[in-house]
Design a protein around this ligand. Structure first.
Ligand code: ATP
Ligand code: MG
Length: 661
């Protein structure tokens, strides 16, 4: 920028200088050519004056010739003929003489004529006087010169011819119009006083040239002054062009500098953002993995490398990565192809199994999303991978604990029912005993056997077998219930589910005189569930219902209604309604809290276990008090939902239908 400023200033200074010297040169040339013109004019004057006096004219001839000269040469104002004592003999004024000029008056005498005439005598030629001023009207006037020529008569000087030459008119005549248009031309004195001038405009004083014209002893100083002022700062087109271009260049340089500064700022911001991104990637605990559209790994973050135990360099570029378990490669490939062809991976993520470098298998949760570049083009897939092996372990432990708790609860239930069991088993055992005693008695009295005794014995043995089978069934149902079965989801009909728990329900119902009613559609809907768990839910709820009616309700009203009905969206609702006193308002909020109970012998685990089981199945457990026509609470309804066979459970929650009362 500094260089540019220096170059610019130098250029301007040089071009101004050049312009100045060119103007001065032009002025000098004009002055020089004017000098030549003036010399020529003076020479012509001399010749004309000599021509008048040629052949020693008579007074009349002189007058004619002088008049003629005054008419043709306008710069001469007057011509006089004088004797040797310079006394005027004859005088002729120019026809162009301004009347107001003092010279027009008859008695006007020129100054310095004596000296001029003396000089002319000495030279024998035209001599000039010093210039002097002839006043005119309103302070105006003219600067003039007198020219003196000795008049010769018969070889002797007989007088003088004095002609008055107007300097302004001389200037007007000699100076060409084009020169006068752009310059002021003047005769000046040595001190600079202007004597006479011509020119359209006054000179500005910036450019001037002075020359001396020496005419027979009189030196006239001619000054040419240009009316041009100082040249402009930008004197011509070329300079303007160069200046403009270099200013443009300057502008471009400035813009470039700004651009570079901006770029540097953006680069710094970018570097900072990159550093932050790297720091973030390095401190992330979730694994990140990017794959292109062909499934080839393009990026993995340090957390992912730590998770699988392979270095980034080993993984990038792979389509079948080392962390895929060898037995699952085909399945994973198909899964990947399916997801990519669908175009949108599951939002909720999906579970997978990876293998570490040391061979350990571990569960991961993968959240995948399309990778879209800055121009909006889909370039691949970005995955966030979470190692959920620790979580799975905790879940497994909790599941086992839960299972143990369930088993304990089952045992407790059975323990509670021990007296009922003994009562239930007592009947068949008593029957067996009496049939056995009867049979023994018959066998002892062998001598008195009638014809139908073997038939009676056979019938008794049959009854014993029936009663034993009945007792065996009771034992089996308890055994089935308590036994730890394989926990697995299976498709099962609801009536089969109910049948499995009914013997136990009836055991309890029998004791309190409760009637069990079952409403189930035909054919009964099939549900997908872990039957052991759901059986326990049914048993808990029916048990609660029976217990609720045990004390306060009249024997005739002890009714437990179990209703199975299909609900909307492929759900099946199971409803257990009792006719007890309902759930009191202060109990409602704590109902599902573990270990909350109002019964002295209760554990308070029944409902909390029920809700956990039903929620694990994706369903809902709810309750409601139902009221009779008088608005009085006349029982509680507990409902839960199970998914119907063939329904897709993912992302759906059961909506409970209104209770059927
Ligand atoms: N059908 C019902 N009618 C009225 N109250 C009920 C009903 N079912 C449960 N309750 C109330 O809810 C409480 C908690 O029931 P929950 O089944 O969880 O425990 P519990 O029956 O007391 O003990 P247990 O662990 O032996 O089942 C009961 O103590 C009772 O007060
Ligand atoms: Mg209970």
């Amino acid at each position: 920028v500094g260089l540019l400023v220096v170059a610019q200033s130098l250029l301007v200074w040089l071009s101004i200088n050049f312009e100045n010297s060119r103007t001065q040169e032009q002025l000098d040339t004009i002055a020089q050519s004017l000098i030549v013109d003036f010399r020529q004019a003076f020479r012509l004057h001399q010749q004309n004056l000599h021509a008048i006096l040629w052949n020693e004219p008579s007074a009349t001839q002189w007058r004619e010739a002088a008049t003629q000269l005054l008419r043709t040469e306008r710069e001469f104002l007057r011509m006089e003929r004088r004797d040797l004592q310079l006394v005027i003999e004859d005088r002729i004024n120019s026809p162009f003489l301004p009347s107001k000029l003092a010279i027009a008056q008859h008695d006007w005498v020129g100054q310095g004529d004596d000296l001029a005439c003396t000089a002319s005598l000495r030279l024998g030629n035209v001599a000039y006087s010093h210039s002097y001023f002839i006043p005119g009207e309103n302070g105006m006037g003219q600067e003039v010169l007198d020219l003196c020529v000795p008049i010769q008569t018969l070889g002797r000087t007989s007088g003088f011819m004095v002609s008055t030459l107007s300097l302004p008119r001389l200037l007007e005549k000699v100076v060409p119009t084009d020169v006068a248009r752009s310059n002021e031309i003047s005769f000046v004195e040595s001190d600079g006083t202007r004597l006479a001038r011509t020119g359209t405009l006054r000179g500005t004083g910036q450019f001037k040239a002075e020359r001396l014209i020496d005419v027979h002893g009189v030196a006239l100083r001619l000054r040419v002054e240009s009316n041009r002022g100082l040249p402009d700062l930008i004197p011509n087109l070329t300079t303007a062009l160069v200046l403009g271009l270099s200013l443009g260049l300057g502008g471009v340089v400035t813009l470039l500098a700004r651009d570079i500064r901006k770029r540097a700022k953006v680069e710094a911001a970018l570097a900072e953002a990159l550093a932050v991104r790297h720091a973030m990637e390095n401190s992330l605990v979730a694994g990140l993995r990017a794959r292109d559209l062909q499934g080839c790994i393009t990026y993995v973050n340090p957390a992912f490398c730590t998770m699988v135990g392979f270095a980034a360099a080993e993984l990038v570029g792979q389509t079948t990565p080392y962390y895929w378990p060898p037995e699952s490669v085909t399945e994973y490939r198909q899964r990947q192809a399916r997801r990519m062809s669908e175009g949108s991976p599951p939002q909720a993520g999906f579970e997978s199994m990876f293998i570490r470098r040391n061979g350990e298998r571990f569960a991961v949760m993968i959240y995948e999303s399309p990778l879209v570049d800055g121009s909006g083009k889909h370039t691949g897939w970005m995955s966030a991978i979470l190692d959920i092996s620790a979580q799975r372990k905790i879940e497994e432990m909790s599941r086992q604990q839960h299972e143990r708790l369930q088993a304990t609860a089952r045992l407790a239930t059975v323990g509670e029912m021990a007296s009922l069991l003994s009562h239930e088993l007592n009947q068949p055992l008593a029957a067996i005993a009496s049939y056995a005693v009867g049979s023994l008695n018959l066998m002892d009295a062998q001598g008195s056997w009638s014809d139908d005794t073997p038939a009676l014995l056979r019938q008794a043995a049959q009854r014993i077998a029936e009663q034993a089978e009945r007792a065996g069934k009771v034992i089996k149902s308890v055994h089935d219930f308590v036994r730890r079965r394989q926990h697995a989801f299976e498709s099962i009909r609801t009536d089969h589910l109910l049948e499995a728990v009914l013997p136990l329900v009836r055991l309890q119902a029998h004791k309190s005189g409760t009637r069990i009613e079952i409403n189930t559609p035909s054919p009964a809907p099939k549900v997908v569930c872990d039957r052991t768990m759901v059986e326990q839910v049914l048993l808990n709820l029916t048990r609660n219902g029976i217990q609720a009616m045990e004390e306060s309700v009249a024997l005739a009203q002890r009714r437990l209604v179990i209703t199975v009905a299909p609900a909307q969206d492929h759900w099946v609702s199971l409803q257990i309604m009792d006719h007890g006193s309902g759930v009191p308002a202060d109990v409602q909020s704590k109902l599902f809290t573990p270990f909350f109970t109002t019964r002295s012998e209760g554990m308070g685990l029944g409902l909390s276990l029920c809700r956990t089981v039903i929620e694990q199945h994706g369903g809902r457990l709810d309750f409601e008090n139902h009221v009779d026509a008088n608005g009085k609470i006349c029982g509680a309804v507990f409902r839960f939902t199970l998914s119907m066979e063939g329904a897709s459970l993912r992302g759906k929650r059961a909506v409970l239908p209104p209770p059927k009362i």
